[in-house]
Write a protein that binds this ligand. Sequence first.
Ligand code: SAM
Length: 494
Amino acid sequence: MVTEISKLKINPFHSSVYKINDIDDLAESIQELGLLQPIIVNSSLSIISGVRRYYALKKLGYTEVDVEIKHLNVAEEIAIISFNKQRVKTQRERLMEAKYLKQLWRRKKGRKSEAEKLQTNSNMGPADTRKDVCKAVGLSAGNFSKLEYIDEVNPDLVDLIDQDNLSINQAHKIAVKLKESKNVEDKSIYLPETISNDYYKIYNKSSDDLSEIPDESVQMIFTSPPYWKLRNYSGSNDELGAEKTPEEYIKRLVDHLKDCYRVLKPEGSFYLNLADTYLDKCLQSIPNRIQIELMKHGWILRNSIIWHKRNSLGFNSKDALKPSYELIFHLVKSKKYVFNEIQMPFKGEVKPGIGWINRKRSDNTSSDYGRVCLTGLKDGKQLEDFWDKDVIHTAVANQAAVKRYGGTEHAAPFPEEICIAPILMTTNSGDTVLDVFSGSGTVGAVALMLGRKFIGYDLDPKHNSVQVGRFNDSIISLDAAIEKYNQTQLSKAA
Ligand SMILES: C[S@@+](CC[C@H](N)C(=O)[O-])C[C@H]1O[C@@H](n2cnc3c(N)ncnc32)[C@H](O)[C@@H]1O
């Protein structure tokens, strides 16, 4: 039955189920292929199925639409709306289906034999032309070409589309620019300045102003700012670390960190990793001077952890000992804060065992790198404040994670193990972890792997693609970890 679009009503339950913020791609598909399925309505013309199609048609300027009336009770209507949400395919699924159909269609064309006519599964029907392929999966020919192109240039962009961070058109524009740019280093600068989904948010801006984050909403902050006079990261004026004197650096960093106090929950924790610098042969005690300033601002110092860095960087002086450690301060806002005690084994280096997982990547390979203690160890000693290789296995820092995701070497990523114990001790599953100098995203990768949410700030957009790659794989690793943990529990019970 054909009816006027203006007569259709939206069931309020839809707004809690659907995101109607980006219907451009669907509108484009309808414009090219027409409306493939009628909109399903109840007897009072309230939409049961097809609300996104309804908005797309309105956007295209349609005044009339083909509807099918169904007589259902309220519970049945809600069940259908929920079911429809579950069967909304991601663009990646559509792309994979279309690629599969295209392959079959090509093979069929090659054989030119009716008898060998290839059928796909019953939902899709046979594909005779590129148009059939698109119709079967609900993509316009234009969007199929764009998705194929985007996937070839940078598959992460397809994930960003599925996470509602980009439309197909935006991602396509980015992919075109990426392809034009032969320089791998430039890749990530085309990603948007804010990347946000249910798991993580990345902001490319200075973290002295965290106004995107509500007061007392973050459970834990783990961060490592640029050390004084050690490196130049992005060259931006907002970048910390290039101040003329240690005093200027200390003042600027302490001011910079003020908003961290505001966003942290009263029961939250703040871990700050710092190292010292020499000036005129004199070690400046910068970490301790910062720590004292932070205490004046109300922070309570719970631990001053020594991170012993095997293979620490070169040191030219022959009349002093080679520096081999950095400090990690554990600060809190109130005397009562979340603290889950975790145990270390009594002797020797931690060996992977129950509760330790191998990292699984989205391409289904797995790696030894980055073992994660998921459950903690039951029998052992209390974790101490001197962290040697029993806590942090890897040497100084590992660039492998950065390179694996197509990034250039980050000047100073720290090893993943540095934040595993702090996150396990001071947060619970689902809590939000923040890194205000997120760099290559090490803290975010660990937080997500452990089932926490993450917010990261970094001035330098160059790291976005590495962060997105690491974060998306970490979410997959979490599933693998839970699966492995459940298997362990099952085999114990058997
Ligand atoms: C020591 S690195 C952090 C490395 C990170 N922990 C990792 O594992 O990759 C410091 C980072 O701070 C960033 N940065 C410098 N000044 C900043 C500012 N004002 N706001 C936000 N980020 C800044 C730099 O771009 C750099 O990536």
